[in-house]
Each structure stands twice: as structure tokens, then as C-alpha cells.
Design a protein around this ligand. Structure first.
Ligand code: FAD
Length: 455
């Protein structure tokens, strides 16, 4: 049908970023999408969840206005109103994205594509060939063996579109998606219990962040059981019963299954065409090449962090690689991670434990409590910033917890990715009163000249 420079299968964060960059570089692009351009992030992921989290924050402020001397109360949550706010953000961004596709003159093909051979994708009986093919079919919500999704047992997709606030929810999984929904529902007045098999919430984060988050959730009356195995759930018309290995049973209106995301690679012809895979993920080298010549993979189907901005970066990388620009390999460790619950958790680089594995026991850390930060006091948020430093080396990890700390990750990721030493950052002036000063103070302390630090 065509002989484009690139045929891209999937128009989510990874696929569309690749399409845009390739078009900018003068390459011809055909992109195949079976649903809506923008993929999980725009329609079922980042954007709608963050809109819900913002509505949750507004609810908290309304409920707690008194502590700032503002007379207000929370009369209730109008889910129709919340959903219309959320959907309007998605619709606006979707329109903008469609405009960008037009502007970049990208040929889009609607339909389910199948990778059928070295450089060919088949859609609706037509074959599209390209000098290169980029696989970008994303991910889906996983469940556990024997746990069927349906009715009162839901994944994030259904959770995003509820038209009521449940009275009682069990969240299975204390990772990013689980704690974000737990946070939203609690702010909306729901009773929430998180069940996590690993010993702590947000188990991929530095232990310090998990401890602080657990403390904050306790204060918010968000229940959680860690190190506990789920054994099954049964549902009736009126509720769901969740069974734990300990013998305990929890009754709820809904069970949210948030146990991770699997690669969406089955049935797309990858394996039959000879693409090397591992447990459903497409294996690539560091230049995102699969084992087949001219075939690349980006985004959630590639093992590693399943984040939209990683997908963007990988898409851009592959476009530049195909255009012969020889881009710099993406350092997975330098990708920032933010969990947008209340309080937020944000980090980049190595945890203390990972740094010790890599550099030995001489690794040093410094933790600055937000109690010493003016802006955080004004916001009445608790939390801290923790730096992890290699022996006689740069700062290799920054970990933060507190309201709004997600916005501080920009500075933290520059520091880690530019391999800055504490002295480099300590000499840079941070505006007062901002939460960025917490980072500034931590670096001053690590450089041996603490300012607002109690002995
Ligand atoms: C609830 C939730 C919250 C999230 N929050 C965040 C966040 O705050 N920040 C963040 O960075 N990440 C977040 N993520 C993760 C983020 O959404 C993903 O990492 C990102 O969307 C992955 O991009 P992708 O291009 O790999 O895949 P997707 O975005 O999943 O796109 C894949 C596209 O391929 C299409 N497709 C699949 N198969 C075919 C086929 N055979 N033919 C044609 N088209 C096909 C799909 O329809 C889809 O549009 C969140 C995810 C979820 C579920």
C-alpha cells in the first residue's frame, strides 16, 4: 500500500512522539491506531487520573478551609460534575493532539494492525510497508489468576468513569495507581483499605518515602495492609468480599485491582514474525532495536518503567535513530518518577539501597525535613527531601515526599542527570519562599554549610 520511512503500530505516548519527531526530521510516517490517538495516557491514564486528583485536592481544601481561617465546608461530591471537568480536559487535549497530527502531515490509519513480516503491517486487509516499523501497542491492566474483572471488581479503566462515590473500597496493590485512587476516594469521603503483598506501600521507592507515605495515609485514615497476600474475592449484587491469606475478610462496595500493567503484545503477530520476546514484553537493545532489522519497539511493551514521558523519550529516540542522528542512549535511571497521591512522592536516580549495592556502604545521604521550609509550612504540608550521594562523587538519587513535591522533580532530575556535586548546587540561589528551597537547603547542608537546620 505505501512505502513510508516508518510505519508505527499504536498511537499512544511512544508511538505518536515517534511520529511527530520523524515528521519534523522530514521522514514520511504512517501510524496505525485502533482506538483514539493519545492512547492510555490521555484517555485512560495520566491526564484523567490527575484531573480526579486535582478535584480531590479541591475537596480537601473545601473540607479543611477552617485551618486557614477560611470558612468553608464540603457539601458533597457531584461525580457528574467531576467527570465533566475531567472529560473536558481530556477532550481539549485530544483536540490539540489531533491538530498536531494534521500539522505534522502524518498519515493515520484507523483499525487494528497486525505485524506480518519484516517491514509490513496489515490493517483491514491492506498492507502498509515501511523501511522501518515501530511497535508501540502499549499495556493493559493486569489481574491475578482466578480474579475475573467485572461487576464490582474493577480496574483503573472503570474506576475512572464511576458515576458515584463508593462508600467502601478495597484497593488491591499499593503501587502508583493503587495509592493514587486510594487518595482520590479518601478525599471524596470513601472508606479505603489498600492490600499490598510486599512489605510496604510504593515498594519501588526509597524506603524513606514509603515510611513517610504510610504515616501520612494513617493520618488521613486510609487503611492499608502490607505484606499480606490476597487469596480471592466473591461478589454479590450488594457488595464484594475480599479474602486474605490471614483468614481476614473485608467487605466493600468495590474492589479495585491495581496489580500492575502487562504488555499489550498478544495477537498482534509479533511472535509469529519472529520478534524476540520475554513474558509478553518485546526485547530490545539499548538503541530500542528488536532482533529483526528495521523493527523497533517503544513504550510500555519494552521492559522497564511504564511511564508516558519514557514513551515520549523512546519515541523521539527511535525517530532520530532512523533519521541517522545517532541520539544518546536513554538512561533509564535518569527518568523522573512522580506518584500524585496526597502527599505526593517524587524521585529520580538511585534509592539509598540501590546506591549502596552499586557504590558500597560509603554512600552518604542527607534528609531535610519540610518542617524547616517556609512555603511547606504555609501549605501546612509535612514531608522531606532526601539526597543520596556517591562516595566522593555526585548526587545519584533525590527522593521527596510532601504536597506539590512533584513540581520539584524538574530540578532534581537536572541535578542527577548532570551528575552534580553538592557544591555545584549549593552555590545556586533558590527563591524564597518556595518549596525548591528545601532542595537548596539539603544541598547547602551536604556541602557542609547548613542554613536553617536545627542541630
Ligand atoms: C491509571 C493510569 C495512570 C497513569 N498515570 C501516569 C502518570 O501520571 N504519568 C506517567 O508518566 N504515566 C502514567 N501512566 C502510564 C502511561 O499511561 C503509559 O506509560 C503510557 O501511556 C505508555 O505509552 P505507550 O505508547 O507505550 O502505550 P499506550 O499509551 O497504551 O498506547 C498504545 C496505543 O496502541 C493502540 N494499539 C494497541 N494495539 C493495537 C493494534 N494492534 N493496532 C492498532 N493500534 C493498537 C492502543 O489503542 C493505544 O492507543 C498511567 C497509566 C494508567 C493506566
Amino acid at each position: 500500500m505505501t512505502d513510508a520511512d516508518l510505519v508505527i503500530l499504536g498511537g499512544g505516548s511512544g508511538g505518536y512522539a515517534c511520529a511527530f519527531r520523524a515528521a519534523e526530521l522530514g521522514l514520511s510516517v504512517v501510524l496505525v491506531e485502533k482506538d483514539k490517538l493519545g492512547g492510555t495516557c490521555l484517555h485512560r491514564g495520566c491526564i484523567p487520573t490527575k484531573a480526579l486528583l486535582h478535584a480531590a485536592e479541591v475537596a480537601d481544601y473545601a473540607r479543611e478551609g477552617d485551618q486557614f481561617g477560611v470558612k468553608s465546608s464540603l457539601e458533597g461530591i457531584d461525580m457528574a460534575g467531576v467527570n465533566s471537568y475531567k472529560d473536558s480536559i481530556v477532550a481539549k487535549m485530544y483536540k490539540g493532539l489531533q491538530g498536531l497530527f494534521k500539522q505534522n502531515k502524518i498519515t493515520t490509519v484507523e483499525g487494528t494492525g497486525r505485524f506480518v513480516g519484516p517491514n509490513t503491517v496489515e490493517v483491514n486487509g491492506e498492507r502498509y510497508t515501511g523501511k522501518n516499523v515501530v511497535l508501540a501497542t502499549g499495556s493493559y491492566s493486569r489481574s491475578l489468576p482466578g480474579l475475573e474483572i467485572g461487576g464490582r471488581i474493577i480496574t483503573s479503566e472503570q474506576a475512572l468513569n464511576l458515576d458515584y462515590v463508593p462508600a467502601k473500597v478495597v484497593v488491591l496493590g499499593g503501587g502508583v495507581i493503587g495509592v493514587e485512587f486510594a487518595s482520590v476516594w479518601r478525599s471524596f469521603g470513601c472508606e479505603v483499605t489498600i492490600v499490598e503483598a510486599l512489605p510496604r506501600l510504593v515498594p519501588l521507592e526509597d524506603e524513606f518515602a514509603s515510611k513517610r507515605l504510610e504515616r501520612a495515609f494513617r493520618k488521613r485514615n486510609i487503611g492499608f495492609k502490607t505484606g499480606v497476600r490476597f487469596t480471592g474475592a466473591t461478589q454479590t449484587d450488594s457488595g464484594v468480599t475480599v479474602n486474605l491469606e490471614s483468614g481476614e475478610q473485608i467487605e466493600a462496595d468495590l474492589l479495585l485491582v491495581a496489580v500492575g500493567r502487562g504488555p499489550n503484545t498478544a495477537g498482534h503477530g509479533y511472535e509469529e514474525a519472529g520478534v524476540r520476546m520475554d513474558r509478553g514484553f518485546v526485547l530490545t537493545d539499548e538503541r530500542l532495536r528488536t532482533n529483526l532489522p528495521g523493527v523497533y519497539a517503544v513504550g510500555d511493551i519494552v521492559p522497564g518503567l511504564q511511564l508516558a514521558h519514557r514513551g515520549f523519550a523512546q519515541g523521539i529516540f527511535v525517530a532520530e535513530e532512523i533519521a541517522g542522528r545517532n541520539p544518546q542512549v536513554i538512561d533509564e535511571n535518569g527518568i523522573p518518577r512522580v506518584t500524585y497521591c496526597n502527599p505526593e512522592v517524587a524521585s529520580v536516580g538511585l534509592t539509598e539501597a540501590a546506591a549502596k549495592d552499586r557504590y558500597g556502604a560509603e554512600v552518604s545521604t542527607y534528609t531535610y525535613d519540610l518542617a524547616g521550609n517556609g512555603k511547606s509550612n504555609i501549605l501546612k504540608t509535612q514531608g522531606a527531601v532526601k539526597l543520596v550521594k556517591a562516595p566522593d562523587g555526585p548526587v545519584v538519587g533525590v527522593h521527596m515526599i510532601g504536597e506539590r513535591v512533584g513540581e520539584l522533580i524538574g530540578e532534581a532530575q537536572l541535578i542527577v542527570n548532570w551528575e552534580a556535586f553538592p557544591e555545584d548546587v549549593a552555590s545556586l540561589i533558590h527563591a524564597h519562599p518556595t518549596q525548591t528551597e528545601a532542595l537548596g537547603e539539603a544541598f547547602l547542608a551536604l556541602a557542609g554549610k547548613p542554613l536553617h537546620v536545627h542541630g
